[in-house]
Design a protein around this ligand. Sequence first.
Ligand code: GLP
Length: 252
Amino acid sequence: MSNQKIPVEKYSTPEIASKSVAKEVAALIQKNNSDGKNTVLGLATGSTPLHLYKELIRIHKEDGLSFKNTITFNLDDYYPISQDDPESYYYFMQQHFIKHIDILPENFHIPDSNMPRESIEIECAKYEQTIKDSGGIDIQILGIGRTGHIGFNEPGSSRDSRTRLVELDKITRDDACSNFNSLENTPKYSLTMGVATIMEAKKIILMAWGKSKSEIIAKVVKGSITNEASASFLQSHPNAKFVLDKDSVSRL
Ligand code: GLP
């Protein structure tokens, strides 16, 4: 394990790794709740954060952690897609996290995948402003796509990119295709926070599990910063870390 440009925490399983992340998130919420302050979380979808959400729900139900003073901003969603579509990230978040905790409905934010195309620019700028108005993201949770993307910041996304409409990479659409039955039905576009939006978070935790992520993890942890893999920009964040299992860490 040499030449690492981002701090890495290694765990034997995704469950144990996620419990450690959940503990960290819960501790911040708990502290802010006692200090009468809000906590602002940046959230991700995909299979990677599922254990984290499960554990946070458990802490809420069994240990009484309240999310009443928590504000969340999701990274991205497909565009266009209906919120009732089980493949939409809106639906995913409701099913796997939001409906199980006591967060106020108005404090859950996700880019609106039904907005008309002509409103995208203005609505994306509003999304950025709402994050700023909430005080900025305290902890940003990330997964990583096989193209090295964070959110949907596909290869070519610049360091100063902001919340916007992006065209999905062929590899990303191939990976998502099984959920949409065919490549033809797989969305071609998404709305995503930009690299600059993500980099403004006070703390960033990227999680990755399994052998299929090991190659891209090695590239972004040891390689140079490049807009070919937006996760590599995290090397220049003052408070970012990767939380990995024994398989995703295997090529480091
Ligand atoms: C999508 C999402 C990313 C996510 C990635 C990996 O591309 N936009 O935010 O990190 O998928 O998904 P998974 O966690 O299922 O491997």
